[in-house]
Design a protein around this ligand. Structure first.
Ligand SMILES: Nc1ncnc2c1ncn2[C@@H]1O[C@H](COP(=O)(O)OP(=O)(O)O)[C@@H](O)[C@H]1O
Ligand SMILES: [Mg+2]
Length: 343
C-alpha cells in the first residue's frame, strides 16, 4: 500500500471568538453550520473532514462557494490552524511544527498557485518566477537558469523582462504556475487557480497542467467549483458542502453513484458519454471461459463517446475490455452503454 502524501483526519475549523468551546457541539452533537451560526455566532469552516491524498495524484476539492475549500487547503501549509483534528505531510505532523519547520515546509515542500495570480507588479516575469528560489537562498546564476527553464516550459519565452501588468490574465497565470513549479516542491496547492480565466484560456491552462503533470508527477491539490474542470483534472474528487465531505471518488464513481441530491444537481448537465469509461461497464467472463472470438478489443479507459461506434459495429454489439496491463476486464455491450448514459 502506498502511504498518503498528505493525510487529513477528522479536521475541524470553526471561526469565531471561542471555537474550542463550541467544537463539542459540532463534534459530539452533530450541530450543523446554520445552527452554529444562528445560536452561537460561530462559522463552521471545515466539519470533520478526513482525506488521504496520494503521491503523484491530482486531488480535486470541489464545492460551491463558501463550502470550505480554501479553508481546507490552507491547513495543508498551515496558513490556518485547525480547531481539531490531525494533519500529516510525508508522515510528519504538520500541527506540531514550529515556525522554522513550517517555513521550511512552505519553501521547499509545497507551493501555492492562487486564483488572483498574486504576482509582484514591480518585478519582471523572470523575477516573479524566481521569487521562491531567492527566498530559498539559491545563487543568482542558478536562479537564472532555473527560471528560464520554467518560463520556457509554460510557453512564455520572450516575456522574461516584461511586467505582470503587460500580460493577459492567461499569461499571468502561466507566470503563477511557473513560479509554483520553479521551487521543485513536490506538492502544488492550487486554489481556484484557473477560475478567473475565460473558458478557452482556462481549457488551455488545464491542458498545460496535465501535460506538465504527465512528466513531473507532483502531488496536486486542485480546488475548483467547476465540475468539468474537476472531471478533467482529478484522479480523485472530494466534494464539500457546508464544510463537510459529501462524497469522494473518481469521476466514474461520482457520475455513476452520486451520494445525494446536492451532487446529483452538480452532475446533471455533464456529458456522461465523455466521463463514463468502459471499465465501469465491463462484465467479467465466467471463470475459466475463453473470450468470445472475433470481438474488437478496446482499452478499459475508453470513454463511451469513443467506444459506442465500435460497439454498434461489433458482433452482438459487444466488445472486449482490456486493462492497461493487458489483462481482460470482461465484455461490454452497446445496450449497457446506453443504459449507463441514461443513469
Ligand atoms: N477568517 C474567517 N472568518 C470567519 N469566517 C470565515 C473566515 N474564512 C472563511 N470563513 C467562512 O468559512 C466558510 C468556508 O469559507 P471558504 O473556505 O473560503 O469557502 P470556499 O473556498 O469553498 O468558497 C464560509 O462560510 C466563510 O464565510
Ligand atoms: Mg475559496
Amino acid at each position: 500500500m502506498t502511504e498518503p502524501k498528505i493525510r487529513i483526519r477528522n479536521l475541524y475549523k470553526i471561526f469565531g471568538d471561542h471555537p474550542d468551546r463550541v467544537l463539542p457541539l459540532v463534534r459530539d452533537e452533530a450541530m450543523g453550520k446554520d445552527e452554529l451560526l444562528e445560536k452561537h455566532n460561530h462559522v463552521l469552516g471545515v466539519n470533520n473532514v478526513s482525506l488521504d491524498i496520494f503521491p503523484k495524484q491530482v486531488q480535486v476539492v470541489m464545492g460551491l462557494s463558501g463550502s470550505g475549500k480554501s479553508t481546507l487547503i490552507r491547513h495543508i501549509n498551515r496558513l490556518i490552524d485547525p480547531t481539531g483534528g490531525e494533519l500529516t505531510v510525508d508522515g510528519e505532523d504538520v500541527l506540531a511544527m514550529d515556525e522554522t519547520q513550517l517555513r521550511a515546509l512552505r519553501r521547499h515542500k509545497m507551493s501555492m498557485v492562487f486564483q488572483k495570480f498574486a504576482l509582484l507588479p514591480h518585478r519582471t516575469i523572470a523575477e516573479n518566477v524566481g521569487y521562491g528560489l531567492e527566498v530559498q537562498g539559491m545563487a543568482d546564476a542558478e536562479i537564472a537558469s532555473h527560471t528560464q527553464h520554467w518560463i520556457d516550459r509554460v510557453g512564455l519565452s520572450g516575456y522574461e523582462s516584461h511586467y505582470p501588468g503587460q500580460l493577459s490574465g492567461g499569461m499571468q497565470q502561466r507566470v503563477g504556475l511557473a513560479r509554483g513549479l520553479a521551487t521543485d516542491a513536490d506538492i502544488l496547492l492550487m486554489d481556484e487557480a484557473f477560475s478567473a480565466l475565460d473558458p478557452l484560456i482556462r481549457y488551455d491552462m488545464q491542458s498545460i497542467l496535465l501535460e506538465l503533470q504527465n512528466e513531473l508527477h507532483k502531488t496536486i491539490v486542485f480546488i475548483t467549483h467547476d465540475l468539468d474542470e474537476a472531471l478533467r483534472l482529478g484522479d480523485d474528487i472530494a466534494i464539500l458542502r457546508d464544510g463537510g465531505m459529501v462524497q469522494q471518488g473518481d469521476a466514474q464513481q461520482i457520475v455513476l453513484k452520486p451520494a445525494d441530491d446536492y451532487i446529483r444537481d452538480f452532475i446533471k448537465d455533464i456529458n456522461r458519454a465523455k466521463v463514463i469509461r468502459l471499465r465501469a461497464l465491463a462484465e467479467p467472463l465466467p471463470q475459466g471461459a475463453a473470450p468470445p472470438e472475433g470481438l474488437p478489443t478496446l482499452p478499459a479507459a475508453t470513454v463511451l463517446d469513443d467506444a459506442m461506434l465500435a460497439m454498434s459495429g461489433a458482433p452482438g454489439q459487444t466488445v472486449l475490455v482490456e486493462r492497461q496491463d493487458g489483462t481482460l476486464a470482461g465484455t461490454a455491450t452497446l445496450t449497457q452503454a446506453i443504459e449507463a448514459l441514461h443513469g
